[in-house]
Design a protein around this ligand. Sequence first.
Ligand SMILES: C[S@@+](CC[C@H](N)C(=O)[O-])C[C@H]1O[C@@H](n2cnc3c(N)ncnc32)[C@H](O)[C@@H]1O
Length: 212
Amino acid sequence: MRMRKKPNLIPRVERCAGLLEREPERLRGRWLQEFPGFSQLHLELGCGKGRFTVGMAEANPGVLFAAVERVLDAMVVAMERAKEAELGNVRFLDFDAAGCENIFAPGEVDRIYINFPDPWRKSRQFKRRLTAPSFLKIYETILKPEGEVWFKTDNRPLFDWSLEQFTAQGWELSEVTNDLHAGDETGCMTDYEAKFREQGVPINRLVARKRR
Ligand SMILES: C[S@@+](CC[C@H](N)C(=O)[O-])C[C@H]1O[C@@H](n2cnc3c(N)ncnc32)[C@H](O)[C@@H]1O
């Protein structure tokens, strides 16, 4: 995501500092102990401006959400939205998803959301896709045995490629659709998704669970 540098970025982040996890490594293996009262830990990779993060956290107060985003200019908007909504069940992590194993212990995460990730269109860039084989290995490690990856994208070639990667690594797929918004029910939308819906762009979605 290319974004203009936000003015006053640092003061804006500081105003939401209570939601920011500055040293998330210290929580590895202890997330639900450090934040008691939550039954599950859900992780969102590339939360962007946080429409989905805030919507899901509001709808699921018993779940602790860890929202990961490597572009602070986008994440600050998500943090401001969460602060405005007075959410107590979201923590924001300013880091690259490739480092997830340093932040979450094996089997610690109940669910991972990947929404409209960067498509990385050139074949030499495929390894950077959040559904590339190396990332799926990380997800398999940090997810509970019954844990799931929920994946949405407007990009059909990326979706089809991702479906192949999940299948090749022995994940079981369900709820596979190439037109999520065919009915009236949209579920919780992301910022990108809301824009695509307005434009009539079909949305692909799948749920993946690792076969053990
Ligand atoms: C196309 S935007 C979608 C944002 C949001 N999920 C949505 O649907 O509105 C992709 C986001 O993922 C973030 N991102 C991409 N790769 C990432 C990575 N390896 N680690 C953390 N964030 C990443 C980008 O910075 C960007 O904000």
